[in-house]
Write a new protein. Structure first.
Length: 191
């Protein structure tokens, strides 16, 4: 059996390296959106790692309604670059409209996964270290509270047990299946 080992390694490297940087830019956007503590050491790392391209883009792209549109443009550009490079490595040439729609779907999927992972970590930490003062705990609370707060108002804690993560997981799972997957499928069909 013969495989394209170098091509597979290249796809893995592109997906990992660009994917990690996309995650950092997405975290920065989410930290700004939820107004997380920017003096937190983790926030400072994310800001330092993402500042070079964003400082340039902010000169060209203004913010809108308190949202950093430069981060959104950078996220879309990086995601499209990743899709183009991977397609090139496997020997195909996708159409730009399909790549744009697919990249948007991938960013939405990553955002949902970030919320899911943050909620899982927050739930586990509430069991093993409820009064922890680690810098990551504050960021987890900042990121998850915009989705956990409304769910907590719908399902208040019952007997000291917070069931709101279950409702949020149901909503995020439905969003993945009813919103994100159709966008990914449309992007793949257009490419």
């Amino acid at each position: 059996m013969q495989g394209n080992y170098i091509g597979d390694a290249g796809v893995f490297l592109v997906d990992t390296v660009i994917g990690l940087y996309i995650l950092l830019v997405l975290l920065r956007f989410l930290f700004q959106w939820v107004r997380a503590d920017f003096y937190n050491p983790i926030s400072q790392f994310v800001v330092t790692a993402t500042n070079p391209p964003l400082l340039f883009l902010r000169r060209l792209i203004p913010g809108l309604w308190g949202l950093d549109l430069a981060s959104v443009v950078l996220l879309l550009a990086l995601s499209m670059l990743k899709v183009f490079l991977i397609a090139w490595m496997i020997g195909s040439t996708p159409k730009i409209v399909g790549v744009l729609v697919f990249a948007l779907g991938e960013l939405l999927q990553l955002t949902v996964y970030v919320f899911m992972v943050a909620i899982i970590i927050r739930v586990v930490l509430s069991w093993i270290g409820p009064r922890s003062y680690h810098p990551a705990v504050g960021l987890l609370h900042s990121i998850t509270e915009p989705v956990m707060g409304p769910a907590r108002r719908l399902i208040p804690p019952i007997g000291g047990l917070d069931l709101s993560p279950i409702l949020v997981f149901l909503a995020l799972g439905l969003a993945l299946r009813l919103v994100v997957q159709p966008i990914l499928d449309m992007g793949q069909a257009l490419a």
